[in-house]
Design a protein around this ligand. Structure first.
Ligand code: NAD
Length: 247
């Protein structure tokens, strides 16, 4: 009898177009905590939603200060085995896209082309102005927080500066959602990797793929509410599982 890893490898080799959908679990081996595991970010902080962020300079300062603290504790993460395995599958022409909920930029750092990565929740490696879009580096944000009270303002237009991420309560990026849907509907194999699959609308993509006839695989060390809908569930460490695609 073949084990789950071998079944996964066989399914990827047999598929025409594979899409991966990744969550925080693919980056935990890189030293970035996820949200919901014990010791995850939410065991320390309650999330600050978009409306609260917009409502006061105090909330913005709190959100940005937390973010800078987490960034300092994480250091300079490098792609893990999961990221490298997906980049390899893309290089072989087997994987068309990675749809990610992650904001850490590690899929791009693993060698995937920008067009192959669809960031549903934005990118946390920089900040931007919500009014004019000007990019501001996180080192500048940290220096501003250090230098004066309140929250940083855009150097060009004075607008509100926020990490380039999508917070709870913030509108999803229209173009990324469109591209994610197109990739999902065009694949015949969909791999949901390291996501608790509870944050919507992102978590709707695995079921969209399955209902459209694609095979669905879930890789997570814990059970998820969607396990019953999957053709294969691999309850194991992501790096250990995806290593089968590395040389
Ligand atoms: P989540 O924290 O809700 O779920 C992570 C899942 O991965 C959990 O179910 C956990 O059991 C599993 N997991 C963790 N490490 C694993 C490993 N080594 N092997 C196998 N499974 C493992 O994260 P989510 O589903 O991505 O959703 C929450 C939100 O968190 C997303 O919107 C994302 O924007 C944000 N987030 C991103 C990062 C990041 O960019 N690295 C980090 C934390 C949170």
């Amino acid at each position: 009898m073949t084990n789950a890893k071998e079944q996964l490898r066989d399914m990827v080799m047999a598929a025409e177009r594979t899409v991966a959908f990744t969550g925080a679990g693919i980056s935990t081996e890189c030293g970035i905590p996820d949200f919901r595991s014990p010791g995850g970010i939410w065991s320390k902080y309650r999330p600050i939603d978009f409306q609260t962020f917009m409502a006061s300079a105090e909330a913005r300062r709190e959100a940005l200060t937390r973010y800078i603290k987490v960034r300092e504790s994480v250091g300079s993460p490098r792609p893990g085995r999961g990221h490298r395995a997906l980049a390899r599958l893309a290089g072989e022409g087997r994987l068309t896209h990675v749809i990610t909920q992650n904001i850490d930029g590690l899929h791009q750092a693993s060698g995937l082309e920008a067009g192959q990565v669809i960031e549903l929740h934005g990118n946390g490696t920089y900040a931007h102005c919500l009014a004019c879009g000007r990019r501001h580096e996180l080192d500048w944000v940290a220096a501003e927080l250090e230098a004066r009270p309140g929250a940083p303002h855009c150097l060009d237009c004075g607008g509100i500066v926020k990490t380039a991420t999508i917070s709870f309560g913030q509108a999803m990026p229209v173009e990324e959602m469109r591209r994610a849907e197109a990739a999902t509907l065009a694949c015949d194999l969909f791999l949901a990797i390291g996501s608790s699959l509870v944050v919507y609308p992102a978590a709707g993509f695995p079921l969209m793929a399955s209902r459209n006839g694609a095979k669905l695989v879930i890789v997570n060390r814990e059970p998820t509410d969607m396990d019953d809908a999957a053709d294969l569930v691999v309850h194991d460490d992501i790096g250990d599982v995806l290593e089968v695609f590395l040389p």
